[in-house]
Write a protein that binds this ligand. Structure first.
Ligand SMILES: [Zn+2]
Length: 183
């Protein structure tokens, strides 16, 4: 009888530990679409506040690789944002910075040029958007280096236009220094 009880207890213990590990794993790896939406919206609002502008309509879209302005709305891919949150789950300030940088970049496109499709933006416009993104990160005192890095890694936001990565990184750094009040 005692043997049976100890076996049952052992089985219960094993099950409990397995469930606890599964809970921890899912907390780390599952990023809900709702939490992603809240993160993107919050960062867009903060960037718009720094710009002294209104907040454009924000649309969730699986049809864009990362984020894009189509002139009347800002679109973002929740899968892309979730991948950032997962990648930087140990450092939420980094994921905040990346999403903030992407939203600030798109906000710049939204309010500049003719607001046409992002793929048509000129190199100058890209660099301006990057500079603005850097400025916002500086103002918020958020980390900058990872944002520079993902521009290369993921051809972040409108990278198709072919603005050289080193120029984009330079634009981000200049904007960042300005945001920190160093220029
Ligand atoms: Zn762009």
């Amino acid at each position: 009888m005692i043997r049976l009880l100890s076996r049952l207890l052992m089985m219960f213990g094993v099950l409990w530990i397995t469930a606890a590990i599964a809970r921890l794993w899912s907390r780390d790896h599952n990023v809900s679409v709702a939490s992603v939406g809240r993160l993107v919206e919050t960062q867009l609002r903060k960037a718009a506040k720094i710009a002294g502008s209104g907040v454009p309509m924000l649309i969730e879209s699986y049809g864009v690789p990362n984020a894009r302005s189509d002139g009347s709305r800002i679109l973002y891919n929740p899968k892309w944002v979730a991948s950032i949150v997962r990648r930087y789950r140990r450092n939420p300030r980094c994921s905040e910075a990346l999403v903030m940088g992407a939203m600030a970049h798109e906000l710049s496109h939204f309010f500049s040029e003719d607001g046409s499709d992002a793929l048509q933006h000129s190199v100058d416009c890209e660099l301006k958007a990057d500079g603005w993104a850097g400025y916002v990160l500086g103002r918020r005192k958020l980390p900058r280096k990872d944002f520079e890095r993902i521009i290369d890694d993921l051809s972040l936001v409108c990278g198709e236009v072919g603005a050289p990565t080193d120029l984009r990184a330079h634009a981000i750094r200049s904007g960042y220094r300005e945001g920190l009040g160093m220029i």
